[in-house]
Design a protein around this ligand. Sequence first.
Ligand code: MN
Length: 240
Amino acid sequence: MNKRDFLKTGFVGALGLISIPSLAKGRNLLFSKQKEFILPELPYAYDALEPYIDSETMMVHHDKHHAGYTAKLNAALKNYTGPPPANVKEILTNASQYNDAIVNNGGGFLNHKLYWKFMSPEGGGTPNGPVAKAIQRDFGSFDNFREEFNTAAIKLFGSGWAWLIIQDGKLKITTTANQDNPFMDTLPEDQRGFPLLNIDVWEHAYYLKYQNRRAEYVNAFWNVVNWEFVNKRYDKVTRS
Ligand code: MN
């Protein structure tokens, strides 16, 4: 086969591939409309978590940072030609199939959406219910768990998140860099799982009130942890 024939065959081959209907899974690849992701509202007022998380931080964090990830995610998806993802979890669990702009901003979108819900003005204290039992089982005690989580959050170098995840039925504390999320298929197997709790340790999450004192912010966080929501997520994943 000479070069010209080879090119011709390759071209026809590519066209043939595109026309296989099963690849499109019933979706029209040419005309599918990408839906826009919408910035989730804060589930409470900006000042609701005072004095632990200050109002100004919440305002900038939600209205500027989270809004920015949302806008950039939508912008990145405008250039994406594959089948539209149903939600951000779908993007992250298939992170290896998407470009960095979609994955990074998708992570920023979901990580913050969860973070707002993992906190509540009615939060704090120690957990009840199934999560309390699982913490006891996998960490020995709530104090041990809290200490291990604090250490992970405080020691994480640079920007990222600390997580409580459930992996093969067992609770585990992990950290991710930047806006990575435990759902991502690009993470090492031992860092992947279903997120039950997170804390943002980017400086933008605490700098206005705590400046460089990340440990103070991490300790204050326990006063607002929404254990009811943590239990809801635990129920959801252990029953499915
Ligand atoms: Mn943040």
